[in-house]
Design a protein around this ligand. Sequence first.
Ligand SMILES: *Cc1c(COP(=O)(O)O)cnc(C)c1O
Length: 345
Amino acid sequence: MSSATLTIDLDAICANWRALDAQSTSETAAVVKADAYGLGADRVARALAKAGARTFFVAIAEEGAALRQALGPGPVINVFSGHMAGDADMIGDMDLVPMINSLDQMIRHVEALPGHPFGVQLDSGMNRLGMEPAEWAATREVALSQAPTVLMSHLACADDPDDPMNRQQLECFRDMTADTGVPLCFANTGGVLMGPEFHFDLTRPGIGLYGGLPFADAQPVVTLDIPVIQCRDLEPGETVGYANTFTATRPTRIATVAAGYADGIHRAMGAKTHMLADGAPCPLAGRISMDLIGVDVTDLGYDPKSLQLLGREQGIDVLADNAGTIGYEILTALGSRYTRRYLGG
Ligand SMILES: *Cc1c(COP(=O)(O)O)cnc(C)c1O
């Protein structure tokens, strides 16, 4: 096989969902936006629905429509971007629930789809989406008269439980939702981990399901095995790859593997990253190219058929650190050229 293989463990995703669900008495939804953080929303959501998830969140209506096709009728599909112009038919036909972000969206929604369910997104300080306190004060009465299904807000700093912003947002969300009688939804993965005060009626973890920080106890979900195309011997002084950033200091064996930055393997991770042959780490040699990476396999003593970049030994957050980014970006950057293999579900 010439393509690299991305293996996605659906049972691990479900186990992570159950572990986060066990931390609260509220309902636990699942965030499957951006194709379930790059892992395949159809397969992931179907596995989670089987495991008991009844509510899903996506970023935009198109994602919701695709998800409805995959899940069929029944599960609740909430859309963070709310009711955008031109989306009324999709929202209506596909039974999506927009999280209304503004008075304009509110008017658009009740005019186009009177009686159709909606939630309201409130801005408690992140200044990204949702109504700010003044706008909410003006909209609140009309909105509540239409019986929203949920009031939600989003934490800006939940990956750091000690950040004072978390409590400020909690207070703001409490103030804005007091005496509404509507189910409340506040916690992403980090919010779930911060404890019951943050849980309200519905939690909505994303990254923790997929094995990423801040859920340190998550089961790893992805492995990435990349086939070796060719191996060669270098004399001391010979170099590897663009701009000669690797120079052999001893007789060296280099394996060239079939993936690169076009597959989401960020160039910036090169210097600190290795690949594994049956658990033995082999350092990258030279720059990561678009479709190819050189690996120093001298100390292995044999030519491996394939090398592993992601797995139990080296997870998404290690690669993220090496690249100066976050696990979310490592996952969502994973390319479309991989052969995808699903375990369990
Ligand atoms: C992405 C997202 C989530 C999920 O956050 P994680 O940190 O991945 O758990 C929850 N709510 C909103 C509004 C989001 O955009």
